[in-house]
Design a protein around this ligand. Structure first.
Ligand code: HH2
Length: 305
């Protein structure tokens, strides 16, 4: 077992909740990572145009930010080189890879899991070769080549639901039954992907990806149905439009308090991971919630080393 795994149990202990959640991943490097409760995936967008932090973490600033997210308690850092905000134009694979690969290479061995946030099999393959531990695909591994890449590398994958594609997905999203369609897609896709040899699968309802506010709220209310299944569930609402609409906060950079509230709800409903910009704030809130939910007499949570 690699030495660099050493810091994790302490981090995970800080995030352990009082009820079991099927959180667990086996990475291409052979690491077994399991946790109980809700862990935090920190967002690192190395893009010029992401909706809340575009242009802020380029070059050396990306590494500084990644280390800050790790030190604040992120279990995973999700490195993305293409914005998928509503209206975003696709980025060529070479451009995306030039953005993410140096960051992944620099961070390998620094005591944090690394995921690559990409829809492109060629980017995922190169990122895994550069040391990424898992693949986060907002298009839900619909591309058979993406399934092959993950299976071939032995890499876990996050299957997210998206209706349409980022450029047009918010034009007129429509569902007969949003919960049945999204959950049905996720479960069927997870079975398919696992059957093709991908070792572990996370499911993500894809808040804001081809969904109105009402669709997002329906999916949030239905989270217990999704988390009751065998797949760990990831929820990502950080600074998104739904938080802005619910709390009347137009500026995405000001939406962290509402994001924390929403993600605490997700954690209480059994989410195994939340994908967030403000890692320190979420870790603190999750620790307090975990402490409040601990049975009487339970050992107090350890402080970080
Ligand atoms: N949301 C975004 C990007 N990737 N991946 C998962 N699994 N779930 C999400 O909800 C999700 C995601 C969009 O947020 P962000 O990365 O902050 O912005 P941008 O796409 O503009 O870079």
């Amino acid at each position: 077992m690699p030495e660099r795994q050493a810091p994790w149990p302490q981090q995970l202990h800080r995030l352990t909740f009082g009820f079991p959640v099927p959180g667990g991943l086996r990475t291409p490097q052979g690491w077994e990572v399991t946790w109980r409760g809700c862990a935090v995936m920190g967002i690192l967008n190395v893009t010029p145009d992401s909706f809340s932090d575009g242009g802020r973490h380029l070059g050396a600033a990306a590494l500084t930010q990644a280390r800050a997210l790790r030190d604040a308690g992120a279990l995973i850092i999700d490195v993305g080189g293409e914005s998928t905000r509503p209206g975003a134009e696709p980025v060529p694979a070479e451009v995306e890879l030039d953005r993410v690969r140096p960051v992944l290479r620099a961070l390998v061995g620094e005591g944090v899991l690394l995921s690559v946030d990409t829809r492109k099999p060629e980017v995922a393959r190169a990122a895994l070769e550069a040391g990424a531990h898992l693949v986060n695909d907002v298009s839900g591994l619909r591309d058979p080549q993406m399934v092959q890449v993950c299976a071939g590398a032995g890499a876990p994958a996050c299957v997210m639901h998206m209706q349409g594609e980022p450029r047009t997905m918010q034009d007129a999203p429509h569902y007969a039954d949003v919960v049945a369609e999204v959950h049905g897609f996720l479960r069927a896709q997870a079975e398919r992907v696992r059957g093709a040899g991908v070792p572990a699968v996370l499911l993500d309802p894809g808040l804001g990806f081809g969904k109105t506010l009402e669709h997002n709220l329906a999916l949030l209310r239905a989270l217990p149905d999704l988390t009751a299944g065998e797949w760990p569930v990831l929820v990502g609402a950080s600074r998104k439009g739904l938080v802005g609409r619910l709390a009347d906060v137009p500026d995405p950079a000001q939406r962290d308090p509402g994001s924390v509230a929403l993600h605490l709800h997700a954690a209480r409903q059994g989410a195994a991971l939340v994908r967030v910009h403000a890692v320190a704030e979420h870790v603190q809130a999750l620790r307090v919630q975990a402490a409040l939910e601990s049975p009487p007499g339970a050992a107090p949570l350890q402080s970080p080393a």
